[in-house]
Design a protein around this ligand. Structure first.
Ligand code: FAD
Length: 450
């Protein structure tokens, strides 16, 4: 390992850590520490030239590079790779006149939204603000505003990349349609992105928040959720979540150990507000945080953890949320039975996400109108078995309404790219991977050849 460290330090200006270095263990650990990734070195690149030097070095040494800004979506397949951390490349530039943002690969959605919000613009961020905008977008990216504007990947104008030869290129629809297509949803298997330019969208009248009830209201809230989502305009996103708060003393008293049901809402320009009265009619509200939002607060709606967490997520796309599916969900995860999971969520999709577009990237479209996402946090390592078993029970109860496909950004640790793409898309991605990266220098968290 010492030689690897010496060799990398000779060609790079950024930081290099190898096994045996004091901070190596801490810096190689992903945000989701449930995964043990046994990398041989960690590089914090200073800039695109450093990334290029790293790729050339790795290729010559017969090693692969795994880019991981944070590790919310890690994988156990990184053994023997060099882990590239992008922390030092976190620039955000917003050009309000053009409604375009240009970001470095470490810039988070929180960073982007804070800048965009100053100009009444929004970006297509998802439920958490602490992930890299680039990582999210390379996987397609299902945003709060996906119903209005489609996958985040389809708002991209250009990527600056380092390719498998170490060359620095700008990739656009015109310059390289094939790579531009693969990067918009196929993940991190084809190049290392060193900057990304994408469209921002008008963010006036941004509104959102959460309504929380005790879980005993789950049936009424589900009925209203189905009624509202059946009519929702594309600018309104509504999610239904069954929650089990842990009994931890740091939680405020009403939430400690509480079984609850929540509705999370985000909308633009007042779209669909009148529909939300269906929820206001349900008694027993514990709190209602809805109101006008600053773009920077978008990531707070669903109150997801922002500190590193050991978690197992299992997601399924639902072909329908009809009477039978709603009953199956409430039977299998009804009041007080969510544990040992912390949440069982149904997101309303549809709208622009379901539209087949000629100019779409590899993310394509999502025909299924809802997504089920079940999260288990491993407060102790022994919880892994029970968490997975609980997720299986709920997924099995809904198997008659699941398609088997999942959005790329919702693949769990042990699922593969084959779960995310139709066969023809996967075949095209594999062909591009074989031709563009024949030596396999890039190692994605969900490799298309895996
Ligand atoms: C709490 C939580 C909420 C979430 N909500 C949503 C949501 O609403 N919608 C949604 O779509 N997803 C959501 N996700 C999933 C999330 O978007 C993905 O897991 C995302 O990839 C994580 O970002 P990260 O910065 O941790 O990426 P990492 O896990 O660090 O990287 C993921 C992969 O991206 C690739 N990659 C990253 N940067 C580069 C680069 N510069 N060049 C080439 N490849 C690169 C690599 O292959 C890497 O393995 C959520 C995840 C969590 C934990």
């Amino acid at each position: 390992m010492r030689e690897l460290g010496i060799g990398l330090r000779r060609v790079l200006r950024g930081r290099v850590l190898v096994q045996g270095d004091e901070e190596f263990e801490a810096i190689s650990r992903p945000w989701d520490a449930a995964v043990d990734q046994r990398v041989v070195a960690v590089v914090e690149a200073a800039d695109a030239a450093d990334v290029s030097a790293l790729v050339r070095y790795a290729r010559q040494a017969g090693l692969a590079v795994a880019t991981q800004p944070n590790g919310h979506a890690p994988s156990a397949g990184f053994e023997g790779t060099i882990l590239l951390r992008t922390r030092l490349m976190n620039s955000v530039e917003v050009r309000p006149g053009e409604r375009i943002a240009r970001v470095g690969p470490a810039a988070t959605w929180g960073d982007v939204l804070a800048e965009a919000g100053k100009h009444e613009l929004v970006a297509l961020a998802g439920s958490t603000a602490v992930v890299s905008a680039t990582a999210f977008t390379l996987g397609g990216g299902v945003s709060w505003f996906g119903r209005k504007y489609g996958f985040a990947a389809n708002s991209v104008r250009s990527f600056d990349v380092v390719d498998a030869d170490g060359a620095q290129l700008t990739v656009t629809r015109e310059s390289d349609p094939e790579l531009f297509w693969a990067l918009r949803g196929g993940g991190g298997d084809f190049a290392i992105v060193t900057a990304m330019e994408f469209d921002l969208h008008p963010g006036n009248g941004l509104y959102g928040g959460r309504i929380l009830w005790p879980a005993t209201r789950a049936a009424a809230v589900m009925a209203a959720f189905r009624e509202v989502t059946a009519q929702a305009p594309d600018g309104l996103s509504v999610w239904f979540t069954l929650l089990q708060f842990p009994p931890f003393p740091e939680l405020p008293e009403p939430l400690r150990g509480l079984s609850a049901v929540a509705i999370d809402v985000a909308s633009l320009d007042g779209e669909g507000h009148d529909l939300l009265r269906a929820f206001e009619a349900i008694p027993g509200v514990i709190f209602d945080t809805r109101g006008p939002l600053a773009a920077a607060d978008l990531g707070a709606i669903a109150a997801e953890p922002t500190d590193p967490t050991d978690a197992f997520v299992h997601s399924e796309l639902l072909t329908d949320l009809d009477d039978a599916a709603a009953a199956a969900l409430l039977m299998s995860a009804g009041p007080g039975t969510v544990a040992p999971l912390v949440s069982v969520q149904v997101r309303h999709l549809g709208g622009a996400l379901s539209v087949v577009r000629e100019d779409a990237g590899a993310a394509g479209h999502i025909a299924e109108p809802y997504m089920l996402s079940m999260v288990g946090v491993l407060f102790t390592p022994e919880m892994e078995g029970p968490v997975r078993a609980r997720q299986e029970v709920i997924a099995s109860a809904l198997a008659f309404r699941t398609s088997g496909r999942k959005p790329f950004t919702f693949l769990s640790h042990d699922e593969t790219a084959a779960h995310a793409f139709p066969a023809s898309t996967l075949a095209r991605l594999r062909d591009i991977k074989r031709r563009r990266d024949p030596a396999g220098v890039f190692r994605s968290n969900h490799p298309v050849l895996g």
